[in-house]
Design a protein around this ligand. Structure first.
Ligand code: S3P
Length: 430
């Protein structure tokens, strides 16, 4: 794929779009199927760089995985069926692959090493190394055991009570995966509820897991049963269309088959609060997750809002595109309690502040958030995606309402979560 794209101001978005399958659920389906006993079938798996890293990792741990195009079959060998990998496992850009696998590998009585690309090797790993060591695993990393590559020698785990300082589904899931192998009970508590796909999927396949508010209690040793799953569309990828339709005059689109799990759909509620014309239709349950179609129309008037820390986890991946929306809303939008954005695939606070400023937006940066004043008539210019798929797509949405021509550099990154993003945009804009 070419690494830069020129975009002109677009006419209205019209028609229907099917978003790519959910990334978080795709990773989990591959990992859980590998440690279940027998054949699992995954429908609508996301074939994008990040989950394909997880697929390759599971293969290097001895799993037989067959992709027929329509379905992916995983021949799980049970909790104790993984084998020592012959080489370092490269997680690419994928934080979910690295952190979830660190948890899984902590339960294995063999040696393994996890590495990743330049971005992933700069992201914080102490947050998983610490609790996994408390459970008894040997984990080591660069810079005082805080950065990848991470070397793991697992086995001999005991349950812990862990109060995570961050609301992170990756941390929570890493500890829960290790807990499947631990003696006794493990309790994980988070400060605010992060996405709960792991807690939904594991008990459905036989894990001894229950949720009590912000605490998850899990006991180790239970065999997992193989399963069939249909992965819903990704809310986070749908967010780009929701925002584009809200800010481009006369737009009206339907996004089909979107996962609307309450721990993921914060942006929907916030956009409604700002005056967006969004409607959830045909709500249904698919493979234990709430799914719907979302009707999105152009919003004549959007008003600024205040995002408070409690609202951050349920829209954590949507902030880059939310910043674009904020630049088109009347008044000053504030985002606080979102310091986690600084340790994503890029520093998303700095990235969005610098790129939106280039388009003429007045942005104030805080250590834990941003303040954005609008509405601004965005100016087309040359922008940089900061090696971050969501920044690339957010800036491309901004380009669609900007005056003149916008060049976005670094757009190859969209393949991390959404191959075909620009084709979908072209289809909708005719
Ligand atoms: C994810 C959790 C979130 C999210 C990431 C996917 C997951 O990260 O930002 O894109 O699948 O568990 P954190 O756990 O770091 O919040």
């Amino acid at each position: 794929m070419v690494d830069s794209i020129k975009l002109l101001r677009s006419g209205p978005l019209r028609g229907e779009v099917i978003p790519p399958p959910d990334k978080s659920i795709s990773h989990r389906a591959l990992i859980f199927a590998s440690i279940a006993k027998g054949k699992s079938i995954i429908r609508n798996l996301l074939r994008a760089d990040d989950p394909l890293r997880t697929l390759d990792a599971m293969s290097s741990l001895g799993m037989e995985i067959r992709d027929s195009g329509e379905t992916v079959e995983v021949y799980g060998k049970g909790l104790h069926g993984l084998r020592e990998p012959e080489d370092v496992i490269n997680c690419g850009n994928s934080g979910t692959t690295m952190r979830l696998l660190a948890g899984l590998l902590s339960g294995q009585p063999f040696f393994s090493v996890l590495t990743g690309d330049g971005s992933l090797r700069q992201r914080p790993m102490k947050r998983i190394i610490e609790p996994l060591r408390m459970m008894g695993a040997g984990l080591y990393g660069r810079t005082g055991d805080t950065l990848a590559p991470i070397a793991v020698k697992g086995g001999g785990l005991t349950g812990i009570h862990y109060k995570s300082p961050v609301a992170s589904a990756q941390v929570k899931s890493a500890v829960l995966l290790a807990a499947l192998y631990a003696e006794g009970e493990t309790v994980v508590e988070e400060p605010r509820k992060s996405r709960d796909h792991t807690e939904r999927m594991l008990p459905a396949i036989g894990a001894g897991l229950r949720v009590e508010g912000l605490r998850i209690i899990i006991s180790g040793g239970n065999d997992l049963t193989p399963f069939e799953i249909t992965v819903p569309g990704d809310f986070s990828s749908s967010a780009f269309f929701m925002v584009a339709a809200a800010i481009i005059k006369d737009s009206e689109i339907i996004i089909r088959n979107v996962g609307i799990n309450p721990t993921r759909r914060g942006l929907f509620d916030i956009m409604k609060r700002m005056g967006a014309d969004l409607e959830i239709i045909d709500r249904r349950i698919v493979s234990g997750e709430m799914v719907a179609d979302i009707l999105c129309r152009y919003a004549k008037r959007l008003v600024a809002t205040e995002i408070v820390p409690e609202e951050v986890p349920a829209m954590i991946d949507e902030f880059p595109v939310f910043c674009v929306l904020a630049s088109r809303a009347e008044g000053t939008t504030t985002i606080r309690g979102a310091g986690e954005l600084r340790v994503k695939e890029s520093d998303r606070i700095a990235a969005m502040a610098s790129e939106l400023r280039k388009m003429g937006v007045n942005v104030t940066e805080y250590p834990d958030g941003l303040e954005i004043s609008g509405p601004v008539d965005l100016r087309g210019t040359t922008l940089e995606a900061h090696n971050d798929h969501r920044v690339a797509m957010a800036l491309s949405v901004a380009a669609l309402v900007a005056e003149g021509c916008t060049t976005v550099q670094g757009v190859a990154a969209v393949d991390i979560s959404f191959p075909g993003f620009y084709d979908r945009i072209l289809e909708l804009t005719g």
